[in-house]
Design a protein around this ligand. Sequence first.
Ligand code: MN
Length: 294
Amino acid sequence: MSNVDDHPEELVCTAGGEGEVLTGHRVALGGPRAMMNVNRVLPNRGRRMIGAWCFLDSYGPEVSTMRVPPHPHTGLQTVTWLVEGDVLHQDSVGSVQRVRPGQLNLMTAGRGISHSEESPRTLLHGVQLWVALPGSDRHVAPHFEHHAGLPEEGGVRVVMGSLGGLSSPATAYTPLVCAEIAVDGEREVPLDPAFEHGVLWLTGPMDSLRYLAPGRTSLSLSGRGRVLLIGGEPFAEQLVMWWNFVGRTHEEIAAYRKEWAEGGEFGAVDGFDGARLPAPALPNARLKARGRLG
Ligand code: MN
């Protein structure tokens, strides 16, 4: 293991108030024999979503190997964003795409897709996020986008949505934002007051996120490093999230699981050398739809 953070100075984020700190928890990616641990910040107890952002894992910086065999998704988009490293994405609609720092891999699962993610043993540092699709678009045809030339100005790179006059070309289905912001000293970032936001430092410990409620027009950052800003209009629909599926009812999730177990509907990742991930057993209790606060 190798930690490259050589400047653990204090980093501060204020926005006209303290905000609420969401602390993540360690999860072994891909099960107990996994080769890497991630820090799961969303969903969090009492605050399951920020806008349509319903899942946030951060990992590294550490020398590690990522190998996530083919697995299915529904009703969401996956966002892969790296600070360090090199991850190969392959999926069931034929995409084969390496992603590097500063580039976006965006997979829209819609009604169903399967994919794998792998890296050689290397320095890995990044985040994986999921965006819940609204009811009107959650059954769209699955598709994949790679964006290597995201708009950037003055140390702000807009990954999704718009910020400070820059707009990302990435497809979004609800009003939201995702941006990487370089901080060297103090800076102000404009916020959309209709959005709730989350701020995660990508430099130093990535174990907690600061939540900011709607109504703020700016964010003050001070320190040295980079932050990830996510936000969006509070998501009104209730979701059932289980394993890699986002749906609306227990029956729907059970049907997705059955389809995956029986080898249907989600296609195949032809380029992956190895077996796909088996679905875990459904819990005995019925899965419940939950709102953004749990
Ligand atoms: Mn996945």
